[in-house]
Design a protein around this ligand. Structure first.
Ligand code: F6R
Length: 260
């Protein structure tokens, strides 16, 4: 696991956008997209680069990590809609380029299987962006999730409902209680994972993810099993990392040809 401590989220977004631009230059790439506040700075930076011709978007395809169940597709907080506004429109991607699980499917279990199959049929995700919940979740794999899980229906932790109520006018009862989420096993199949975290509210979860034991109590700790995980955090989110000096020294000594 590589840990990169950056000054602030803009510096982090720049670094992550560089990695995406390099992939996109190869002609075709499959991204895994997270929603929420964390990746917004990356999406802003990608939009800037697409606008100024520094990002070739022609070969980009993407899969969403998760979706609420029961929300109309055009609800402003549905992840399909969020990604349409933040990524699809601004990068000028075609309607078929970005796919997500259908939270309105009549048979959610079949939909989950179909979604995993469609990711596999694409050749798999090259680069998966991840945020982390304050309870250590990735996707919506809440504490206790199987580390081998596949895309499936999950019930949100009340703490996550409370965190996400800010996208529902602050009203917790409006937040759907169930989601379709890629499983931890599904996420771990992506070729490169980039987990980002900004701010002190994520500091304990980041420390548990990077330096704690691998346990389903902290679903993000499963990333320690992946051969190519990059954790990009700002100073505040890094504040509980015991080995922060080592991470800084390692990154500073990295050969310039070796990128994240
Ligand atoms: C969103 C997702 C979640 C978020 C996490 C952090 O697609 O899968 O795991 O990444 O809840 O959310 P923010 O970034 O809003 O703090």
């Amino acid at each position: 696991m590589e840990v990169v401590i950056v000054e602030d989220r803009c510096a982090g977004a720049d670094l992550v956008a560089d990695a995406i631009c390099r992939l996109a230059m190869k002609g075709s790439c499959v991204l895994g997209l997270a929603t929420g506040s964390t990746p917004e700075a990356v999406y802003d930076e990608l939009a800037r680069r697409a606008f100024t011709g520094r990002l070739d978007t022609s070969g980009i395809k993407a899969f969403l990590l998760d979706e609420y169940t029961g929300l109309p597709a055009d609800h402003e907080a549905s992840f399909t809609e969020v990604i349409r506004r933040q990524v699809v429109e601004r990068l000028g991607l075609g309607p078929e380029a970005v796919l997500g699980p259908n939270g309105l499917a009549s048979d959610l279990e079949s939909e989950a299987k179909r979604y995993d199959a469609s990711i596999a049929a694409s050749g798999g995700v090259d680069l998966q962006l991840l945020g982390i919940g304050s309870d250590g979740h990735i996707g919506f794999n809440e504490p206790g999730s199987s580390l081998g899980s596949r895309t499936r229906i999950k019930t949100l932790n009340p703490a996550t409902v409370s965190d996400n109520s800010r996208f529902f006018e602050g009203v917790e009862s409006r937040v759907p209680k169930h989601v379709l989420t890629q499983g931890i096993g599904t996420i771990l199949e992506a070729r490169h994972l980039i987990l980002m975290a900004w701010g002190k509210a994520k500091a304990h979860a980041v420390a548990a993810c990077v330096e704690g034991p691998i346990t389903s109590m902290v679903p993000a700790s499963a990333l320690q099993l992946h051969p190519h995980t990059t954790v990009v955090v700002d100073e505040a989110a890094a504040q509980h990392l015991r080995l922060s000096d080592l991470y800084r020294a390692t990154y500073a000594a990295k050969p310039s040809w070796q990128r994240i």
